[in-house]
Ligand binder design. Sequence first.
Ligand code: AMP
Ligand code: MN
Ligand code: MN
Ligand code: MN
Length: 282
Amino acid sequence: MMDSSLNIKADLHCHSHYSDGTLAPAEVVDLAYKHEVNLLSLTDHDSIDGLDQARAQAEHYGIHFIAGVEVSATWNQQTLHIVGLNIDPNNEVLLQGLASNCALRAQRSNDMLNKLDAHGIDIRQAVEKQLPDGGVPTRTHIARALIDTGAVKNMNAAFKRYLGAGKIGYVPSEWADMRDVVAWISAAGGVAVLAHPMRYRLSATKLRMVVRDFVESGGKALEVVTATQDAKQTRDCITLVQDNQLLASTGSDFHSLDQPWAVLGRCPALPSSVQPVWEYFL
Ligand code: AMP
Ligand code: MN
Ligand code: MN
Ligand code: MN
């Protein structure tokens, strides 16, 4: 048990190479230690495979580690990301849910690679060589393969030209329904957090509808602080939290060392006007 009067420096959203991060779980924790994070969760896309390695390294440093995952979900045809914090990684309901999302991922990745191949871009090997055993394929891997093979110069160009919605390499995916995803996380004893609410580019009205449905399904928290948003967006998140009696989470969404806009442990502090999500599990 952590003394919650301690000065908490939390990062509750980041990725390892078990999804689309570039570092091994232990390396993510090394970086967290270097950046003086004392409360950390690893939240790979639809995967819990990095949690044991991360936990072992966190124990080595005395960092409080929270088992986490970022689950892909669908709400009215809109993809949402739901972070589960403090989950039981052995829970069968959650494991089955993640397995079904991973099956969709494998199928979609294959379909996208076939589409690109039909346009003369064969990057199947360049994608496969990035994935560790059991690694979860994402569009980020395909983007990196497009860069490695010289098809594009950078990630942004990869999404803009090939991988963004409607582009020639894009295949939509119908992830599990948001309500089911929240139910899996709850079944595993975890707290469901709506990740980076401002990144979906929804109207204020639509976002309020998402949050209402999320709360009705058992969602408990909103990511109020993430690396890639401005002060106004953070204020809008605070309002949503207050209006819906939610808890507030924070996380960098760190993926790799070459993205200076999302550095592990370098997010603004949570404002004092909200209740931190860790009060739920510390
Ligand atoms: P997926 O879940 O397979 O659709 O992949 C989504 C991932 O792609 C996100 O988690 C981000 O890490 C990454 N991503 C999405 N859009 C961009 C972008 N414009 N530039 C860089 N990375 C992106
Ligand atoms: Mn990602
Ligand atoms: Mn996300
Ligand atoms: Mn993420």
